[in-house]
Design a protein around this ligand. Structure first.
Ligand SMILES: Nc1ncnc2c1ncn2[C@@H]1O[C@H](COP(=O)(O)OP(=O)(O)OP(=O)(O)O)[C@@H](O)[C@H]1O
Ligand SMILES: [Mg+2]
Length: 166
């Protein structure tokens, strides 16, 4: 399936190492994201934010994680038939993963373009649909991967480190 990958400058080695030998997870969470349910969508990212706050994650990093996971969660509710958000907290980073039930994204590059949106009227009335969610996820992540195709499920994941990699 087509995929879009992004790794922030300076994180290449850390991300490669993480992918080669996954460290032991500290905490895992899982949330169901129902289709077009904007009362429930957003709960996963807000619970995740609370958890990480309790774990002492820096507030600037926490904000990046909250923004990226909220945008991804809303996308699943707004554009798919529903899905699941999985978060895994490691010692020095968080891995957040979204898997939905389709209908998928026909052109990933186009979807990543700021301003591009297929949001329907209901979604726009709620204030979404500026076409900035995916670019915002990229901007706030240290690594991101989006895998999808028309008629398929969409998988989106990102990594955010708790401290700067030196
Ligand atoms: N999980 C998904 N399933 C299907 N299509 C998606 C999914 N996520 C994003 N898209 C497609 O990518 C487009 C761009 O997404 P993006 O989050 O950047 O903007 P938006 O959701 O339309 O508006 P905003 O996020 O600014 O409220 C969406 O309009 C939609 O066509
Ligand atoms: Mg969006």
């Amino acid at each position: 399936m087509p995929e879009y990958r992004f790794v922030a400058e300076g994180f290449e080695d850390a991300v490669r190492k993480f992918e080669e030998q996954k460290p032991e997870a500290e905490v895992k969470t899982q949330f169901v994201i129902p289709e077009k349910d904007f009362n429930t969508a957003g709960k996963g990212s807000s619970e995740l934010k609370n958890l990480l706050k309790r774990l002492g994650v820096d507030s600037v990093v926490l904000r990046r994680i909250a923004v990226a996971s909220y945008e991804a969660e809303i996308n699943v509710a707004a554009h798919s038939k529903g899905g699941i958000m999985y978060s895994t907290v490691y010692d020095d980073l968080i891995h957040v993963r979204f898997e939905d039930e389709g209908p998928g994204i026909a052109n990933i590059e186009q979807a990543m373009t700021p301003g591009y949106s297929t949001a329907d009227d209901l979604v726009r009335e709620l204030g979404f649909g500026a076409g900035l969610g995916l670019p915002n996820i990229k901007k706030n992540s240290d690594a991101m991967r989006l895998v999808s195709a028309a008629g398929s499920c969409t998988k989106l994941e990102f990594l955010i480190y708790f401290a700067k990699i030196s």
